[in-house]
Design a protein around this ligand. Sequence first.
Ligand code: GDP
Length: 531
Amino acid sequence: MSHAAEAARRRTFAIISHPDAGKTTLTENLLLAGGAIRAAGEVAARGEARRTTSDWMKIERDRGISVSASVMTFEFEDLIFNLLDTPGHEDFSEDTYRTLTAADCAVMVLDAAKGIEPQTLKLFEVCRLRDIPIVTFINKMDREAQDPIALLDEVQEKLQLDTAPLYWPAASGQRFSGMIDLATKELIQFERRPGEAPKIGAAPRIAGDEATLQANLDESVYGELAEGMEMATGLLPEFDKEAFLGGHMTPVVFGSALRHFGVLELLRTLHAYAPPPRDQKAEKKGEPVTIHAADNTVSGFVFKIQANMDPNHRDRVAFLRLCSGEFKRGMRLKTAGGKQLNIHNPMMFLAQDREIAETAYAGDVIGVPNHGQLRVGDSLSENGDIKFAGIPNFAPELLRRARVKDPMKAKHLRKALESLAEEGVTQLFKPSIGSDMIVGAVGQLQFEVMIERVAAEYNLEVVFEPAPYNVARWLSCDDPKVLEAFLDKNKSSSGTDLDDAPVYLAKNAWDVGYAQEKNPDIRFTATKERA
Ligand code: GDP
């Protein structure tokens, strides 16, 4: 198969959801439905084993949350799916945002009783920035759910996204009886199997004519189903693939991830409609170009760095999303900044195992072991002349001054913090005056992870104290002289980030607004596209 044909059968997607909506359960059941794993316990068992091998993940274990994102590859029918796992905890949303830049499609999981929750909304907005098409899975139908019409209304209203149900549920909770496949009009039956593990594979289907449904469904369930379907087909638009691919319409599947119901239907929906690897905007020798998956030259970008997958080594793994060409093991790739890497041991992540990748194509994600040469946002290509746009850094919402208990070790601490900032775990700012180290994070939990990691990996005891600043904004200006003059005048409230880019460090948002008003030529931005 040509590399273009290989790329064309890749489907790279992520799951977005609010914590507890069922992302982990759905992931596991998608892998089961795709035949990538055999029993539901196996993902958890492997997760357990992996956790015990890495001490710094103690927090993760204690709190039962997953801190790092990874990728799971599985084959379903003629397609290869790459499921990018995103951390669910809200403190790690920046990591999630970056992972979404590597996805071509997303599954939005909603809890049928709760609808759109805050984290769903935030993540959706990131998808919208890139017009990533979204498939909606309304989960937990085996529990008492909101009226499905109301749920779809909420999606329409809060996300400005047209909804096109491909299935329609027959009641919910104790009375949940399955869903009608609106294409074939058959009823897919939900089998209650109390005390038993759910059956993997296709659920039974019966004809959806009135007589058969009435014979097989509880009277009240039938009434509700008939009325709901009439409203849904009357009120809601039909599914339109173009509108979906443009990010304006979402097909909707109902189900229960825990009971393995609707999961195969979700996978079939992805199989039918999820797009192959997208075109990517980039720069080549300063000129804007579009990179196509079928292009011959190998290119990709790093969207995530993970340290210590093997606790015995200091190595890091950079997750590289390939955008074009046929990657071969041993290939030499260059960053846009001129660094060269011979990639001898690229990792591929199967559902349960890590393997060496001999070849990989656009849409695939490979793990590139390195000693710190690679950073989040780096572009890699055969000639080092392609630079992809758009891996954002977000202004941290919490700033802390870092101090080491033994003052003789301040230099060591700076190195440790720099290295963690390079991974993209946190951000490090250096005020223009003094020698403070200001660490920025999206959530409190990141500081706790850092304390553990700095202790485990660098043998240092770090303390995070309140900082004199609470807000950081990146500064830019068309006229470098104006920016220079501003920085000169505001030494006590400015500094630089890890890449020496100027930042404004303020006590509060009001200060930022005031400075912005006084300096209309200067841009104060809450995101920075990585250099
Ligand atoms: P995550 O935080 O989004 O990864 O959510 P989990 O997959 O960990 O699920 C959160 C809780 O909801 C767990 O207790 C699951 O067992 C439960 N859960 C997930 N899917 C379903 C479902 O379809 N039905 C029911 N009743 N519970 C579910």
